[in-house]
Design a protein around this ligand. Structure first.
Ligand code: CP3
Length: 337
């Protein structure tokens, strides 16, 4: 049976639009919160059997069209010798801010690059119906560098932006190493059963267009081109970067995924050869089922169905009522009749 998500990625006609939700396996699910009482996030994502259980949790509750492997963008970084924890976001033990920090990064062993995530993909694939897609993912080199240089998620990442301005050659070295690691990692995910890969560039929007083009774009392009050569379907997600959407639309990816700040119908008209993904504001779901229904209906009215993958504009929020998720699914499934 063909997978709705892959058909939409290829811009083929579908009986209805596919739907999945960023962070669909997470704290808004009571069963996830229950499991988190016994295990830390690191323990859950570090164990393939537990990670499979969490990957499948939203699939057991909702008829979503794709599962996304339960891991973190930081998961492959131990292969470089990077030590970090979560509180609740990533906290890096020794932030990288000089030549020594970069020289001390280890040469990654492909076999030791997040083997638990690769195994979790295999275990999850074995339990999913053929019609359900399995997504792998990785962080964009810049978003990973943001945590490595700043040390943790900090509003507007000033240390990172100063580093980019004062040490462009070191940033270039760091992004090069991260790009190579991500390329190896996503190829292993694809071989383990991931039907497509989403590249998360959550902190895409921190630099000006000119600086982005000069410092970041060549690395992101190399990652996406390498994925294309390996025939891996690519979903490129950028967050909070409306000033860069036109530039991202030039990158090689089958799907461009955006947050709610971007007008999706306009983007769809600008990129007729690409699929688009998004982009309901996750905060709207906090407003309840009626607000969610109204917003979803407007999205389906305004964006043409061909090559549209329905999603939120960013991760689902922990306090989201389950009824709002059900309302979103209901509206998307109504299109089938
Ligand atoms: O989407 C999914 O369901 C798959 C799992 C997934 C997680 N992180 C699990 C997680 C994915 C795809 C990610 C990606 C990720 N991680 C991104 C890119 C997407 C985005 O949100 O912009 C980023 C920036 C991170 C870094 C990160 N990890 C942050 C900022 C946090 C804390 C904030 C939060 O949402 O709690 C984490 C921890 C994390 N990663 C949790 C989960 C479910 C929460 C852990 C917990 O306390 O249970």
């Amino acid at each position: 049976m063909s997978k709705l998500l892959l058909q939409s990625i290829r811009r083929e006609p579908t009986p209805r639009r596919p739907l999945w939700i960023m962070r669909q396996a997470g704290r808004y699910l009571p069963e996830y919160r229950e499991l988190r009482k016994a295990h830390s996030f690191k323990a859950l994502s570090g164990n393939a059997e537990l990670a499979r259980e969490v990957t499948l949790m939203p699939m057991r509750r909702f008829p979503l069209d794709a599962a996304i492997v339960f891991a973190d963008i930081m998961s492959p970084l131990p292969a470089l010798g990077v030590d970090f924890d979560f509180d609740p976001g990533p906290v890096v033990a020794n932030p990288i801010r000089d030549a020594r920090g970069i020289a001390e990064l280890q040469d990654p062993d492909p076999e030791k690059t997040a083997p638990e995530v690769i195994q979790a993909l295999k275990l999850s694939r074995a339990e999913l119906p053929d019609s359900t897609a399995l997504l792998g993912f990785c962080g964009a080199p810049w978003t990973l560098a943001a945590y490595l240089v700043e040390g943790r998620g900090v509003r507007e990442f000033p240390t990172l932006r100063a580093f980019a301005a004062s040490e462009p050659d070191l940033l270039n070295d760091l992004l090069g190493k991260l790009t190579s690691l991500m390329l190896t990692y996503v190829k292993a995910q694809h071989a383990a059963g991931a039907d497509a890969i989403q590249v998360f560039d959550s902190w895409a929007g921190l630099l000006s267009l000119t600086d982005w083009q000069q410092l970041i774009e060549p690395h992101l392009r190399r990652l996406l081109e390498g994925m294309g050569e390996a025939d891996i379907p690519r979903i490129m997600f950028l967050q909070n970067a409306p000033h860069l959407v036109d530039a991202y639309a030039q990158l090689p990816a089958e799907v461009i995924a955006v947050d709610w700040r971007v007008d999706l119908p306009t983007l769809q008209r600008q990129c007729p050869e690409r699929a688009v993904q998004g982009n309901i504001d996750p905060a709207i779901l906090l407003g309840g089922a009626a607000a969610t229904r109204a917003s979803a209906r407007r999205l389906l009215d305004d964006v043409s169905a061909r090559g549209h993958i329905v999603n939120l504009g960013h991760g689902i929020l922990p306090s989201t009522p389950i009824e709002s998720v059900e309302a979103l699914i209901e509206i998307v499934h109504e299109e089938q009749q």
